[in-house]
Design a protein. Sequence first.
Length: 179
Amino acid sequence: MSAVAKRYARALFEVASEKNVIDATEKELLGVVQVISDNEGLRKLLSHPKISAPEKKQLLETLFAREISANTGNFLNIVIERGREGQLQEIVDQFIEMANEVRGIADATVTTAKALTEQEVKQLEDALGRQLNKKLRVKTEVDPALIGGLVVRIGDRLYDGSIRGKLSRFSQQIKQAQV
């Protein structure tokens, strides 16, 4: 994450904290980012250098006037005025990370060789949450190449308990022993 994204996210987070609207702001930001990412034409317009900042601000105002609060709208205007619209996703990710830290929540991505049941996901959330002393929100992915086991990514930490990972580490140990 860039220092710029952290600064913008921190500023918005402080305003949202003061007004006690962290959850609402997060929801609004996610909605805006989702609409932008789903619409290639809108992405191109927002990143086009020949479209002025006032035109971009007017476009977002027209699209999101009823969907977002004045705080979020003002924040988006500042992002556009300063030419940082290309970093909006990164800023939103940083904001969510800060909000989750305050809430005691961590987002985890769990990759397994086969799909997990809801009960298995719940057990994993509980077990990992106890170890980290946080509430986990787990997103699951399936990668048959793992063979078995699982890979867990929480923030910038990666826990590889997959058979593929174990075989890879074993292979490295053999290579080092032969040297």
